[in-house]
Write a protein that binds this ligand. Structure first.
Ligand SMILES: NC(=O)c1ccc[n+]([C@@H]2O[C@H](COP(=O)([O-])OP(=O)(O)OC[C@H]3O[C@@H](n4cnc5c(N)ncnc54)[C@H](OP(=O)(O)O)[C@@H]3O)[C@@H](O)[C@H]2O)c1
Length: 304
């Protein structure tokens, strides 16, 4: 069962397995509000109390989908921590002034995104607002001012970033009065860049937990044409007996969560049996040599 943990020394308290909503409305047929209410209730029953979304998910439709759930069953809102992200503008009805995809983490856009998110999600506050991607055209001062303003207004309780390099994290942190509480980055057996580029080391040093997106590499781990994925799953067959026969997806989540920076993992499936098995990963303590066996299987080489 997922654990309640502090994301950073400055909060907030979240579940260490998070439900991601990027693909929440992708099923065909589109899920009904009743089925989403049932899914959110199932998440709570499993101990998953944190939802990850973003302005752009579902081409600007997922935040409203979450809002429909809270409208149908208002008591659900206070049982979840709500994380959203802002700053990606792509041409669409919602972003009628966008001529091409671009980033915008200016003060003005952060305030606008926040107000829209509150309204769409039928809530009076966002527990954690993340800058979705580094915006090379906004100064750190500009982004910091927006983050501070939405916090000062009581609309956002905590702020953080996503897909930032350590130097970008340091720069923004140097301009923000409050503390950034996470960096949400891609981490999986098939995407280990943050283990090597200082991202996870920086967060561990500051006792800030990373949030790991695409912990199954967006499903590539299960692609029979993916040679690293095939090696990893063969290795899982050899070690799973030591973990009560844990499934491949649970072991892949556990591999991420057992890194010493203690990443939270974000679930990307809508399927109940998979959500259940991925939630179970929070209880798996991988043995050192099994963690390295999976590392080596992923790389296709022994450790250097
Ligand atoms: N900050 C960012 O820039 C960023 C970027 C991407 C994602 N995210 C967040 O991270 C969350 C998770 O990302 P993700 O959806 O890419 O996660 P993921 O778990 O790596 O990938 C989900 C995909 O894997 C498939 N899958 C899951 N379990 C499986 C299994 N047991 N066997 C075979 N296939 C399986 C799913 O298919 P089914 O649906 O058929 O189960 C789905 O297509 C998102 O919802 C979003 O909240 C953040």
């Amino acid at each position: 069962m997922p654990n309640q943990v502090s994301l950073s020394p400055h909060g907030p308290t979240v579940s260490d397995v998070v439900y991601g909503t990027w693909r929440m409305l992708d099923d065909d047929p589109k899920p009904s509000v009743d089925s989403l209410v049932a899914r959110f209730e199932m998440l709570l029953e499993l101990g998953i109390t944190t939802l990850d979304t973003a302005e752009i998910y579902g081409l600007y439709t997922v935040e409203a989908g979450i809002g429909e759930v809270f409208k149908a069953k208002p008591e659900l809102r206070d049982q979840f921590q709500l994380i959203t992200k802002c700053g990606i503008d792509v041409p669409s009805d919602t972003k009628s002034t966008a001529r091409l995809p671009h980033y915008n983490s200016s003060t003005e856009n952060i305030i606008e995104c926040t107000e829209k998110a509150l309204q769409l999600m039928n809530t009076d506050r966002i527990d954690l607002l993340l800058v979705h991607r580094p915006d090379w055209f906004s100064s750190a001062d500009d982004t910091a001012e927006g983050l501070q303003k939405v916090v000062a207004d009581g609309k956002v309780l905590h702020t953080g970033v996503s897909n930032y390099l350590p130097s970008q994290f340091d720069l923004l942190q140097s301009r923000v009065d409050g503390k950034l509480v996470t960096n949400q980055v891609e981490i999986s057996l098939l995407e280990m860049a943050t283990l090597f580029d200082g991202t996870l080391a920086q967060l561990e040093e500051q006792r800030i937990r990373p949030m790991a997106w695409s912990p199954l590499a967006g499903g590539r781990l299960f692609d029979p044409k993916n040679k690293a994925g095939v090696r990893i799953r063969k290795c899982m067959d050899e070690i799973r007996r030591r973990y009560d026969g844990a499934s491949d997806d649970a072991l892949a989540f556990a591999w991420v969560m057992n890194h010493p920076s203690q990443p939270l993992t974000i679930i990307g499936t809508n399927k109940e049996d998979r959500i259940r098995s991925q939630a179970s990963a929070a209880a798996i303590k991988l043995e050192r040599q099994d963690w390295y066996a999976l590392w080596s299987a992923a790389k296709g080489t022994p450790i250097p």
